[in-house]
Design a protein around this ligand. Sequence first.
Ligand code: SF4
Length: 237
Amino acid sequence: MAYTFVRDAKDLRGLKNVMGVDFSPKKTCTYDCIDCGLGRTNTLTTERSEFYPAEEVFNEIRSYIREKGAPQHILLTGSGEPTLYAGFGKLATMIKNEFQDLKVMVYSNFSLLSREEVRQEVALCDIVWGSFNTVIDDQFKKVYRPHESIKLQDVREGLKKFRAEYHGILEPDTRFFKGINDSEKNVDGLKKFMKDVNPQKYYIFDPKHKGEPLAEDFIEMIKKKFIDLPFKIEYNV
Ligand code: SF4
């Protein structure tokens, strides 16, 4: 059987056997990030939609698991921002009810967490990964090229509210782009913001493949400034 929504399991960020589930038409997103591995955004939107019935996606997950065995984790992702999928909560609930040993995960850009219903649906996941690259407005616009209705302030507040309400594992990441968000002001602002958010782990990336590598002294500066943050930081720089 050819699978449409399910991707073969692989190891990711130290986690074993992570099966991806993709339920977005390519590429439907609230952002049009400069480093998006999927290319430019075709549909830049903030409107949620049940692109495919959640039951159809779930049935495929179930068939895949029957045929190939259960993974340890299911990553709800998409060819775009997964929280734009209006079936997200329904799908996460179906997976958790039927496969109680699996960890359900999401990788989000956090842009819709200002909405209560999105926070509630994302909170169904055991592990939440996501991108948060800057606390500075003009950098936010350059890095993410967001839908015009999305404001950085709302994204910040949404993520903080989510943290306050959520009891699972939150592991955001920051990608620094040379000449765009690699400013000391952003590093200081991120430090303060992440201290408030207080995730379990924070990833720092240098997206070398998409431009010039970061300067060595910048990387040293981040490490020095972040040294006293009260959670684990993993550097991939
Ligand atoms: S949020 Fe993700 S899917 Fe959307 S444009 Fe950025 S990298 Fe691509």
